[in-house]
Write a protein that binds this ligand. Sequence first.
Ligand SMILES: *[C@@H]1O[C@H](CO)[C@@H](O)[C@H](O)[C@H]1NC(C)=O
Ligand SMILES: *[C@@H]1O[C@H](CO)[C@@H](O)[C@H](O)[C@H]1NC(C)=O
Ligand SMILES: *[C@@H]1O[C@H](CO)[C@@H](O)[C@H](O)[C@H]1NC(C)=O
Ligand SMILES: *[C@@H]1O[C@H](CO)[C@@H](O)[C@H](O)[C@H]1NC(C)=O
Ligand SMILES: *[C@@H]1O[C@H](CO)[C@@H](O)[C@H](O)[C@H]1NC(C)=O
Length: 387
Amino acid sequence: MNIQMPLIILFLFLLFSTATLGNSRTLSSDRAKDYNNWVSWNVEKYRKETELMEADQMMAKAKGSRSTSANNKEIDARLRKAELNKMSVSVSQDRSGDFATITDALNSIPSHNTRRVTLIIRPGVYREKVLIPRSLPFVTFLGDASEPPTITGNDTASLPGKDGMPLRTFESATVAVEADYFVAVSVKFENTAPHRVGNHGEQAVAIRISGSKAAFYNCSFYGAQDTLYDHKGLHYFNNCFIQGSVDFIFGYGRSLYEKCQLNSTAKKVASLTAQKRTNASMASGFSFKDSVVAGTGQVYLGRAWGDYSRVVLSYTFMDNIVLPQGWSDWGDQTRHLKVYYGEYKCSGPGANLSLRVPWSRALTDEEAKPFIGTYFIEGDTWLISPY
Ligand SMILES: *[C@@H]1O[C@H](CO)[C@@H](O)[C@H](O)[C@H]1NC(C)=O
Ligand SMILES: *[C@@H]1O[C@H](CO)[C@@H](O)[C@H](O)[C@H]1NC(C)=O
Ligand SMILES: *[C@@H]1O[C@H](CO)[C@@H](O)[C@H](O)[C@H]1NC(C)=O
Ligand SMILES: *[C@@H]1O[C@H](CO)[C@@H](O)[C@H](O)[C@H]1NC(C)=O
Ligand SMILES: *[C@@H]1O[C@H](CO)[C@@H](O)[C@H](O)[C@H]1NC(C)=O
């Protein structure tokens, strides 16, 4: 239709001009105006359709080759089936529920689970190191909206593990989600280990999300260095609060953060994100939309952990803690041509673009488009109501 449109216009134009050739001088000015309006409406419509098509192609390209549509359809069927058969169990520390710990509740779910299992977690502070293994998909943590449960820990990267070797950042997480289709609503994830500037091995992750198609609503994430390990996969965050000091959102997930608050507790200079897209064909990046950046210290919006690090902020309020230059290459200038750091329609004293590093981008409408909807994370194939 897009290809035919100019031909149709041309055909109608010829028809019209032939029909009116004989008395073109008597063509009333009204009719001429109508005709011109009609042509320009069509041209405009055609232009819009072409733009949309190009945006679609761009998104298809961004999706990469791994996720074929056949693949998606299969996964959708699994999800639909899991939602049709959902069940719930309760977790309560006063033993009034089905289980007293989150770990016990998870252990009750059969391996290679095929149905949605909602853990209704009653208020309380759960000092547990929680692992949701790959074999437990479709788990939901549902907290109490007025008094969200806290899952807390204080492991750090340098702490010796069971084998006597340091845990490293990866194993420091209080909660590790390795399964797909995880959902959390009204839960507080926490790692209380402090961060002292200049010390090493203090990475202390509150949550690591290594599974794909995970969604978080009304959750909070508290930590210092490396709070939210957005490791890999497609992730969605809505109305969440995320606090930390250094690189507190990091990894190579492809994630959309909507209506989230990023609260820096940095004392000196730090970075909000360390996005690790390492090559140009990786469909990975963090997009923050309708969010707020505030807190203390002086922060870069991102520093390039990977050569092709990709972060976009749109419609986001930035307080004056954001450094005027905005972005850091982490000491490697070859990254200037490779990273993708963009801002679009942000506001507040930290959003002034005039002193930004020249290799960051003030995005046009077209450039921003792929990042500012749930399609950025292929949401239409898996993002469903959490209840
Ligand atoms: C971590 O928490 C445990 C239990 O509350 C406590 O004994 C330990 O001292 C804490 N470690 C650090 C480094 O804060
Ligand atoms: C999150 O909280 C808001 C109120 O702040 C509420 O309207 C909304 O329903 C909650 N979302 C979920 C998924 O519970
Ligand atoms: C944000 O962090 C600051 C410390 O940097 C703290 O004082 C403030 O209470 C935090 N904001 C919220 C909303 O918790
Ligand atoms: C890009 O990175 C991904 C993930 O590490 C890897 O699987 C892929 O092979 C890489 N592609 C190229 C062209 O290096
Ligand atoms: C942005 O920063 C520049 C340079 O510091 C300054 O001249 C300009 O007034 C600022 N713009 C706004 C809207 O604050």
